[in-house]
Design a protein around this ligand. Structure first.
Ligand SMILES: Cc1cc2nc3c(=O)[nH]c(=O)nc-3n(C[C@H](O)[C@H](O)[C@H](O)COP(=O)(O)OP(=O)(O)OC[C@H]3O[C@@H](n4cnc5c(N)ncnc54)[C@H](O)[C@@H]3O)c2cc1C
Length: 148
């Protein structure tokens, strides 16, 4: 029992440390518009945070996004190519509005509303070539399929 309690405490402590390492950046939404049924195209202006924009370097990278009214943040993959972050300081997302979720709150927000973004995490799926990466970005059907 004591071992179990110690393990639980150390897991909780590790989780707390992990939470503390998240760096939050505030940024305004520039676009929130329907893309398909229950799917929204959401764009965030990160031009005031060049380090964050520059950390998007590869297809498949993702981050956590936290609207002010959300109980907790959720993960979202950056759907735009890194070149958009370089050229315009923007991240685009394709978000499925799941009832009761952080995503639903996000999809109900408007241009100019402010959200918090975590640092960008490494890619989920490694693309072997630029061609494959471009295909992933261009294929909105694939993005739709992944999150449905
Ligand atoms: C790497 C990654 C990328 C993603 N990219 C996209 C994307 O581009 N577009 C998209 O629409 N969706 C994406 N998702 C899915 C998205 O993050 C949510 O899972 C989805 O919106 C459903 O939200 P949810 O609130 O139901 O569940 P989640 O936020 O996934 O949480 C699942 C359940 O875990 C529990 N939970 C989660 N966090 C906590 C916490 N901190 N404390 C207590 N309980 C918690 C809750 O019970 C919750 O219902 C991605 C997910 C991952 C992992």
């Amino acid at each position: 029992m004591a071992i179990l309690r110690r393990r639980l405490l150390s897991t909780t402590a590790a989780a707390a440390v992990r939470r503390d390492t998240t760096v939050w950046t505030t940024a305004p939404l520039t676009i929130v518009r329907p893309a398909a049924e229950s799917l929204f195209h959401v764009t965030v202006d990160v031009s005031d945070s060049p380090d964050l924009a520059a950390s998007h370097t590869r297809a498949g990278q993702y981050l956590q996004l936290r609207p002010p009214d959300a109980v907790r943040p959720s993960f979202f993959s950056i759907a735009s190519p890194p070149s958009l972050a370089v050229a315009r300081g923007e991240f685009e997302f394709l978000v499925k509005s799941v009832p009761g979720s952080t995503a639903e709150i996000l999809c109900g927000m408007r241009r100019g509303d402010v959200v918090e973004l975590s640092q960008v995490f490494r890619e989920r799926f490694r693309c072997g070539s630029d061609f494959a990466a471009r295909g992933l970005f261009d294929c909105s059907d694939l993005r739709h399929w992944i999150w449905n």
